[in-house]
Design a protein around this ligand. Structure first.
Ligand code: SF4
Length: 161
């Protein structure tokens, strides 16, 4: 398990750390659980991506699918506000609002007050993690109904994985 293993490193040292991890995986036939906020590193290293928000798993799937065709609005927002991929941005975007306080008891989706796609049904009860027809998992009542792909809600994006 490598928890933020490359955070705050310059790109040269980061590349060395990633190369070392890749070599250890290959030589010892290891699985690597990489915890990171750096989507560019995740896109380079990971086969599978799990996205967490406010203490809950909100999306899980193959890296190529999650990073290019997210199902959860938080994943889509993360991709929109980072420099990963070929986003053509004129100014730095942010996700408005703030995460709920630790332990806060909320009526429904924990991302609802920051979500551009929130609807009344999002607050009608706890949102379960659901499996989609193609074997991915998402915690969103509108997950398969929304088009959050690179050609979808917020412009164009393509992430090389
Ligand atoms: S459940 Fe509703 S508020 Fe939560 S992420 Fe999905 S659309 Fe947004």
């Amino acid at each position: 398990m490598a928890d933020e293993a490359t955070t705050a490193l310059d790109v040269v040292v980061q590349a060395e750390v990633l190369e070392l991890l890749a070599r250890m995986r290959a030589e010892h036939d290891l699985a690597l659980l990489l915890v990171s906020h750096d989507l560019a590193v995740i896109a380079e290293v990971c086969d599978r991506v799990l996205v967490a928000y406010a203490g809950e798993l909100v999306e899980d799937g193959p890296a190529e699918r999650v990073l290019n065709d997210p199902l959860h609005p938080y994943t889509e927002a993360l991709l929109r506000v980072t420099t990963v991929g070929d986003w053509e941005r004129r100014e730095l975007e942010v996700i408005p609002g703030a995460p709920p306080e630790v332990g806060a008891r909320l009526p429904g989706c924990r991302f609802a007050d920051r979500c551009a796609f929130a609807a009344p049904e999002c607050l009608s009860g706890p949102v379960p993690l659901r499996e989609t027809a193609d074997g991915r998992r998402v915690r969103c009542v509108r997950g398969e109904e929304l088009d959050l792909s690179r050609a979808g809600a917020h412009g164009t994006r393509e992430v090389a994985v």
